[in-house]
Ligand binder design. Structure first.
Ligand SMILES: [Zn+2]
Length: 221
């Protein structure tokens, strides 16, 4: 009888300890808990070489980074030929990098992971906000004019400015379909207070598209 009681007590103690430990882990690991109920994506390993401390003085410098991301993505075989970067505008000649984005559609099997949407998601996650407008003055630089999804995402992102390099025609030329993007779409953004700049380093942006077009997967023709 005594042995049975002891065995029951041991079993009860073990069960209680397991529940207590599980509950402690659940409380102490909120990030792990978040991950278990969301779907996430990864940035390629070359992203770790980007200098987030650098001070950006001009639009050209900022666009060069967006194009660098598009090129690295193609050269390293980590996605499509589109790169983006979001900067916080501190003053007219001073901007700070917040996030980069690159196209991850094929490696992640996710049609939503365009360069712009990746950069927006990373910036909002870093700053813990659903609209960047809440946190200051942010600008999106993209190596190619956005598709219909990314133009919509730009509108809701809270950026105050979008600057584009390669054109919709450059993307179409290698087979990408940008969807229903019209002049009126850009006018709508401008009407909402978002400055639109096109044609900055267009040739450099298009060069990466052409490099990819020779052998890359065109996923939405
Ligand atoms: Zn897009």
């Amino acid at each position: 009888m005594a042995d049975t009681m002891t065995q029951r007590n041991i079993a009860l103690l073990a069960a209680t300890s397991t529940i207590a430990l599980a509950s402690l882990a659940y409380t102490l690991l909120p990030r792990a808990r978040e991950r278990s109920r969301t779907h996430s994506f990864s940035l390629p390993s070359w992203e770790s070489k980007i200098d987030y401390e650098k001070v950006y003085r001009s639009d050209e410098e900022m666009m060069k980074l967006a194009i660098h991301c598009s090129r690295a993505n193609v050269v390293e075989g980590t996605g499509g030929p589109f790169g983006s970067a979001i900067f916080e505008r501190i003053s007219p000649g001073h901007a700070k990098l917040v996030s980069i984005g690159c196209n991850r559609v094929v490696p992640e099997n996710n049609s939503l992971l365009h360069g712009e949407t990746v950069a927006i998601q990373v910036a909002q996650s870093k700053l813990q906000c659903f609209s960047l407008r809440e946190k200051g003055n942010f600008e999106l630089f993209t190596s190619c004019e956005p598709c219909c999804m990314c133009l919509g995402a730009t509108l809701w992102s809270g950026v105050s400015r979008i600057v584009c390099a390669a054109t919709k025609a450059d993307a179409s030329k290698i087979g990408f379909d940008e969807g229903p993007v019209f002049d009126a779409s850009y006018k709508h953004l401008e009407g909402c207070g978002i400055e639109v700049v096109k044609g900055l380093l267009t040739e450099e942006g298009a060069e990466v598209l052409n490099m990819y077009g020779e052998k890359g997967v065109i996923y939405n023709r």
